[in-house]
Design a protein around this ligand. Structure first.
Ligand code: UDP
Length: 246
């Protein structure tokens, strides 16, 4: 069942349900992709209809930001919970480990994907790390070809949004992966270069504030985020809130 939050069709799932849905995709024989929109995605998609379409055509659309969860509440169509992209990625690594499957890491600055891969393998010894590539390339065709040759089951694409989602829809099928996920800065976290907020902050819905303290230069990006709540309130007030729960 999909829930429309400001024109993005989210899957209304708990983290555990998302894990099960993702596991099914990963164990299938066809290509699938998952996206993890936060309020910044919603604002970008508002102006970029190609991006909006890409998000809405994903096999799994998970609410990464607490701002999405608040917007859903304001609109009168609450979501079960926030499912952070990073948590979903960890769950998919657990499933891949059980399968003894193949992982490809694409994105971030040179050296980051290698270190992320090394640390992931420490925790998941049955995963085969079949390739890594940094995210600062000019020509996508040879990169997609390299990924395809590595024959991954699971592909993390970490180029920032909307670049990563556009890359996935253009080249994902060609890579032969069973599940590609757009994961922003996740490789920086897996590599240990960026720290995630402590669990208590996450539970309080304050991960964004922790991030802001650690990376004050994000203030410009974050200042726009309350706009999503304002948009949701506007929709609700105009009676267009409780629309289309598909
Ligand atoms: N990135 C990349 N190629 C680019 C632009 C960005 O690989 O051309 C990487 C960047 O190094 C970082 C991630 O994409 O690791 C983007 O992080 P962002 O801050 O957008 O994501 P968030 O942290 O919000 O999930």
């Amino acid at each position: 069942m999909k829930t429309n939050i400001l024109d993005i069709q989210f899957d209304n799932l708990t983290r555990e349900e998302a894990r099960q849905a993702g596991a099914e995709l990963l164990r299938s024989s066809d290509f699938h992709y998952a996206v993890t929109p936060n309020p910044e995605f919603i604002l970008t998609a508002d102006k970029d209809l190609e991006f909006q379409k890409i998000l809405n055509q994903a096999d799994l659309v998970l609410p990464d930001g607490i701002g999405v969860v608040y917007s859903a509440k304001i609109l009168g169509t609450p979501l079960k919970e926030r499912v952070a992209g990073f948590d979903f990625a960890c769950d998919m690594l657990d499933v891949l480990d059980e399968m003894g499957g193949r992982l490809y890491l694409l994105g971030s600055k040179p050296g980051v994907a290698e270190e992320a891969g090394r640390r992931i393998l420490e925790q998941h010894p049955n995963i085969v790390l079949c390739g890594v590539h940094d995210g600062y390339f000019q020509d996508s065709d040879p990169v997609a070809h390299e990924v395809a040759q590595a024959q991954p089951d699971l592909l993390f694409v970490c180029l920032g949004a909307p670049k990563q989602e556009k890359w996935i829809t253009r080249f994902g099928l060609l890579t032969g992966a069973k599940l590609a996920i757009g994961l922003g800065g996740a490789l920086d976290v897996f590599a240990g270069n960026v720290e995630r907020a402590p669990e208590q902050w996450q539970k309080l819905g304050m991960e964004w504030a922790y991030r802001l303290v650690k990376e004050p230069k994000r203030i410009g990006r974050m200042a726009k985020l309350p706009l999503v709540l304002v948009k949701a309130a506007g929709r609700r007030a105009s009676g267009r809130g409780k629309q289309r729960v598909l």
